[in-house]
Design a protein around this ligand. Structure first.
Ligand code: XMP
Length: 338
């Protein structure tokens, strides 16, 4: 019968059989899927798993530190390499305002950064050898594994495919040797989201991770309408932290699917704060309810909660003088603005 205990035992056995004495690498996103996949693999093969967290500088306030701390503690100190790539991402995003261009740049930089980290790790573990001039070859019989948190609905949606497209694009962009056999480990392939959460809890992952609301891979980069700069990110982070804190305090975290806060960075409006005229930016609150993000409705957040969020943001974030509410369902609006 299905119990989380059985799933864990069975997957640990499978992972051991698949990986043998190879080395595995997992990119942590901060979300529940990659965290549970990594925790399962860590339980199976210990420190032959290395997790990589790419900090692209587009995360919310304190989020990177929380991810590092929560993951390290709950997995009994799994090996975690944190790559600080904020400068690189911001440089690549300079001057870019088109949503698809932003997404492509962020995706591309992510793969480049992850592959560099991957190569360093594999070299350190003797899975690849370098000639000191940037060319690497696989040591004989070397096997490397890439852990991915693919869920059952993802498998079904992509026509039961092997996630090949995913790993192909990883392979094509970077410089890993072609003779390196590189296999996917996907311990969540038979599970639905609620089952993944149950397994995560059983493995000791904290509620922060297990119940984390969806957050897009490109992060706040697609929640600043206009160019992404460090200053704008800081403004958005401050506003977003207030909205999240108030929604959490109101006990709405599990009722609301997610609540993007969007900075309209190229829009200004006139306001009055204290006894002075201001000419600041608006933010948009986008609270939604949903079952699967395919469709969504705008969430009827109680007026008193909205009111506290609005008052606090305009009092505490001096660059913002207007807070607006997005009351569009999906369709026609998407959840994110870009
Ligand atoms: P949209 O905006 O398409 O978003 O209604 C649907 C859900 O997907 C999330 N989202 C992403 N998640 N990488 C992700 O991992 C992405 O590039 C991405 N774009 C959107 C979004 O937050 C919502 O939950």
């Amino acid at each position: 019968s299905w119990t989380t205990g059985n799933v864990i035992d069975e997957q640990v056995e499978r992972i051991r059989a698949q990986v043998g004495d190879g080395a595995a690498i997992c990119a942590l996103s901060g979300g529940v899927d990659s965290a549970v996949a990594a925790a399962l693999v860590q339980r199976a093969i210990g420190d032959r798993l290395t997790c990589v967290y790419v900090n692209h500088g587009l995360m919310r306030q304190d989020e990177s530190a929380q991810i590092e701390k929560a993951f390290g503690e709950s997995t009994g100190g799994a090996k975690l390499v944190v790559v600080d790539a904020e400068e690189q991402f911001l440089a690549a995003l300079a001057g870019v305002t088109d949503p698809e261009a932003k997404r492509k740049i962020i995706g591309h930089e992510f793969i480049r950064t992850f592959e560099q980290a991957q190569e360093d790790i594999l070299r350190e573990q003797g899975v690849v050898e370098g000639d000191g001039a940037g060319t690497h070859t696989a040591t004989s019989g070397a096997k490397a594994f890439l852990v991915q948190g693919t869920l059952y609905p993802d498998v079904v949606e992509s026509g039961g495919g092997e996630g090949a497209a995913n790993i192909k694009s990883h392979h094509n962009v970077g410089g890993l040797p072609e003779d390196l056999s590189f296999e996917l480990v996907e311990p969540l392939r038979t599970l639905f989201k609620d089952e993944v959460r149950a397994v995560g809890s059983e493995l000791g992952l904290p509620d922060d991770i297990v119940w984390r609301q969806p957050f897009p891979g490109p992060g706040l980069g697609i929640r600043i309408i206009g160019e992404v700069t460090r200053e704008r990110l800081d403004i958005l982070r401050a506003a977003d932290a207030i909205a999240r804190a108030e929604l959490t305090a109101a006990g709405l975290d599990r009722t609301i699917w997610q609540c993007p806060v969007v900075l309209l960075a190229d829009v200004r409006s006139v306001g009055v704060q204290g006894d002075g005229r201001t000419y600041g930016h608006p933010v948009v609150l986008r609270p939604v309810t949903s079952d699967d993000a395919m469709t969504a409705d705008w969430a009827k957040v109680p007026y008193d909660v909205l009111s506290r969020i609005s008052t606090r943001i305009t009092n505490e974030v001096s660059e913002i003088n207007r807070v607006t509410l997005d009351i569009t369902s999906k369709p026609p609006g998407t959840i994110e603005w870009e």
